[in-house]
Design a protein around this ligand. Structure first.
Ligand code: TXA
Ligand code: MG
Length: 352
């Protein structure tokens, strides 16, 4: 049985969240909102409860979870050491969409960290998440709320679809405000490695600690058989449909290629969708309107981030077989959006 409770962010209180708090205390699993995406969580110190998270998600056991905290005291209970740089980042961006990888304390179960000697920690800013953790009086280990490999849940209907009947409580707080998962960073001696790009950009990080922030995916000589962040080796964010992303600086060429690919897939008898960001691209492809399912995420990066996962799920709902997506020049937040889009396409990129 799954209990559903509706709690709006401004009405968050320990009282309103009681069924979820009790479930966590009993060793249960709850779906809760954060400012980024929904999470599916349990008491981080209860290894049996943590194992249930992996079960309901179908998540490989070697992909570690983020531990969500509501206070610095809780950070100290899971991390062995918090460097000055880590403190600076926490002061600057917490509560908020930043996850910091720290040396772990022995008390944190190996299930949470997939046997690593580090733990990923984040203090979310969503009031429902904060009140939930406060009420549980324990850090909550939680990955994004989605069946492993699928787009993260950003709407209550997504998490209902994936987790109704599988978890103890679902907290419905409507749409998550940002829509894209947190930036995950690991601080090294002379640099910060951004394991997963998000709303907090490398420039934001550099401005706070004065060290170079490098994107993991751009590191040369990295050993791909041993990724720093285990989650990155898996198929991710992928809709059921096959997908390609068309990238290039010249918009006319991008438009022409999207149209070509769409028509060639249509000829194979497939149901085709196009995922677009730019109004001009949209206008130029209007002629395809009666043939393909056209969806627009918006040219504003914040709006695109908020709607991307939801739009990917909509294509599945409409039984689209093949999605051709418009790439964007990668700067600022678009780095993070394109990161998710390329993973959703499993790296199938057409450069024009
Ligand atoms: O915004 C978010 O971060 C959301 C919300 C619910 O907080 N959570 C989320 O969790 O996206 P998840 O499990 O989907 O992604 C966590 C990422 C994975 O890529 C995982 O491999 C990485 O963080 N990670 C976790 N612990 C790690 C560690 N100790 N070292 C390196 N990477 C780690
Ligand atoms: Mg995830």
């Amino acid at each position: 049985m799954t209990e559903i409770i509706r709690v709006d962010e401004e009405k968050a209180s320990i009282d309103a969240l009681k069924p979820a708090i009790e479930a966590v205390r009993r060793g249960g699993v709850v779906v809760f909102p954060t400012e980024t995406v929904y999470g599916v969580g349990a008491d981080a110190f209860n290894r049996r409860a943590v194992r249930k998270i992996f079960e309901v998600k179908g998540r490989p056991a070697d992909n570690p979870l983020i531990v969500h905290v509501c206070s610095m005291e809780q950070v100290e209970n899971v991390a062995r050491e918090i460097s000055d740089d880590a403190k600076k980042l926490m002061d600057a961006f917490w509560p908020g969409p930043l996850t910091v990888v720290l040396p772990k304390r022995e008390e944190v179960p190996a299930e949470v960290t997939a046997g690593l000697d580090t733990v990923a920690v984040r203090m979310p800013s969503h009031r429902v998440a904060l009140k939930l953790i406060e009420g549980c009086e324990t850090p909550i280990a939680a990955p994004s709320a989605n069946i492993a490999g699928k787009p993260s849940g950003t709407k209550a209907e997504h998490v209902m679809q994936d987790f109704y009947g599988k978890v103890d409580v679902i907290i419905d707080s409507g749409d998550t405000p940002l829509g894209l998962e947190s930036t995950v960073v690991k601080i090294e001696k002379d640099r910060v490695v951004v394991l997963r790009p998000g709303f907090i950009t490398p420039e934001d990080i550099e401005s706070v600690i004065g060290k170079k922030a490098v994107l993991y995916e751009q590191l040369k000589g990295k050993d791909l058989s041993k990724p720093l962040s285990p989650g990155m080796k898996y198929r991710h964010y992928a809709p059921d449909a096959d997908m390609v992303v068309v990238v290039g600086e010249n918009r006319d060429l991008v438009i022409r290629k999207i149209s070509e690919v769409a028509i060639s897939e249509l000829k194979k008898g497939r149901k085709v969708g196009t995922l677009l960001f730019d109004d001009e691209t949209h206008a130029a492809l209007k002629k395809l309107e009666n043939l393909v399912v056209i969806k627009l995420c918006g040219r504003d990066a914040r709006k695109a981030a908020r709607t991307l996962f939801s739009v990917l799920r909509e294509f599945d709902k409409e039984n689209v077989d093949f999605i051709v997506a418009e790439g964007r020049i990668e700067d600022g937040l678009w780095i993070s959006i394109m990161n998710r889009l390329k993973k959703a396409a499993e790296g199938r990129i057409i450069q024009v």
